[in-house]
Design a protein around this ligand. Structure first.
Ligand SMILES: Nc1ncnc2c1ncn2[C@@H]1O[C@H](COP(=O)(O)OP(=O)(O)OP(=O)(O)O)[C@@H](O)[C@H]1O
Ligand SMILES: [Mg+2]
Length: 203
């Protein structure tokens, strides 16, 4: 039962967007997925409450007072959203159960600098194998994307892909939906961009 944690102490980089869409992917594949939310804002939890019953089910993994407990039996996949500013003992607790950590990162020097210590800490804790960086709101064919790739490869970590800036994520989230819940033609480009990420996540 893989536990995939989405983390970056920097706020607003797309953690909840990735957590909800990744959970939506597993649900669409017919897996018994749970989405946990270690965030006091409970963004993913609030999103789940919006999700129509007609869409592939995603169960809520309750996290009490920020403490992660064992998920229920029968669960096959777990995606865990985390808050900005997560560090110290709470971060340790989350990482202890993580099989994989996805770190969304925007392609700006400020974001990179804000995330550097976190990535280095993760690396020494987990080893490279379990950590992947996802370029967020970035066009893969730009200098900014090259800079991000250069920085991430210098740390010895993989770039799992790049997600473009699009209102699709904003609009889908407002309805408790993901890329996998709507007509493919509407989100074709985005589904394509998720290819390498979901391959890495499900291995
Ligand atoms: N690729 C994208 N294109 C356009 N908008 C995006 C994209 N990714 C995320 N957003 C939007 O950016 C905002 C922040 O994203 P999100 O809430 O996923 O970040 P977060 O890291 O979870 O934030 P926080 O640190 O506050 O928990 C949201 O309104 C989201 O819809
Ligand atoms: Mg969030």
């Amino acid at each position: 039962m893989p536990v995939i944690v989405i983390a970056n102490p920097k706020g607003g980089v797309g953690k909840s967007t990735i957590a909800t869409n990744l959970a939506g992917y597993f649900a669409k594949q017919g897996h018994k997925v749970m989405l946990g939310d270690a965030d006091v804002q409970q963004s993913s939890r609030a999103w789940l409450a919006l999700r129509p019953g007609s869409l592939p089910a995603i169960a809520a993994w309750e996290i009490e007072n920020g403490h992660v407990a064992r998920p229920p039996r029968g669960t096959t996949h777990i995606v865990l959203d985390t808050p900005a500013g997560l560090g110290g003992a709470r971060l340790e607790e989350v990482l202890r159960i993580a099989d994989k950590v996805i770190v969304p990162l925007q392609a700006s020097m400020f974001d990179i600098l804000a995330t550097q210590a976190f990535l280095e800490g993760l690396k020494s804790r987990h080893g490279n194998r379990h950590i992947g960086v996802l370029g967020m709101r970035v066009n893969a064919r730009t200098r900014a994307a090259d800079q991000l790739a250069h920085y991430v490869s210098n740390l010895g970590l993989p770039v799992l892909g790049y997600l473009r800036e699009t209102q699709n994520y904003v609009q889908l989230a407002a309805h408790g939906a993901t890329l996998w819940d709507v007509a493919q033609s509407r989100v074709e480009k985005d589904i394509e961009q998720w290819g390498p990420l979901v391959n890495w996540a499900r291995q």
